[in-house]
Design a protein around this ligand. Sequence first.
Ligand code: 5GP
Length: 113
Amino acid sequence: MTETLFSKIIDREIPADIVYEDDLCLAFRDIDPQAPVHILLIPKKPIVKVADAVEEDQVLLGYLLLKAGDIAKEQGYGEAFRLVINNGEAAGQTVFHLHIHILAGREFSWPAG
Ligand code: 5GP
C-alpha cells in the first residue's frame, strides 16, 4: 500500500489532534468536523478499505469497533453516536486507509446522505 495522509499522521510526519493511541490503532480529530465530536479511528495496519480486509483482520476489525465505542463514551456520548465507514470513492471515501468516523453531539437523520 502506498503512503497516505493517514500513514503520515501515524508516522508523525503530519500533525493531528490525537485523542487515543495504542499498538493497533490511532484516533484523531477530523480536520473538517461534521459534528461537535468527529474523530477518525484508524488501524495502524494499512488496510485500504473494508472490502480489502482479510480473514486475519477479523480480530482487528472487532477491536476497532469496541475502541470506537470506548472513545465515544470517553467523549461523553456513549449512549448516542454514529459510526461511518466509507468504502470506495463512489461511497465517499477520500483517504485510502481504512477509517471509522466517530460522530456525536448532534441529531443524526436517517437514511444517511
Ligand atoms: P473519507 O471521506 O475518506 O471517509 O474521510 C476522510 C476524512 O479525513 C474526511 O472527513 C476529512 O475531513 C479528513 N481529513 C482529510 N485530511 C485530513 C487531515 O490532514 N487531517 C485530519 N485530521 N483529517 C483529515
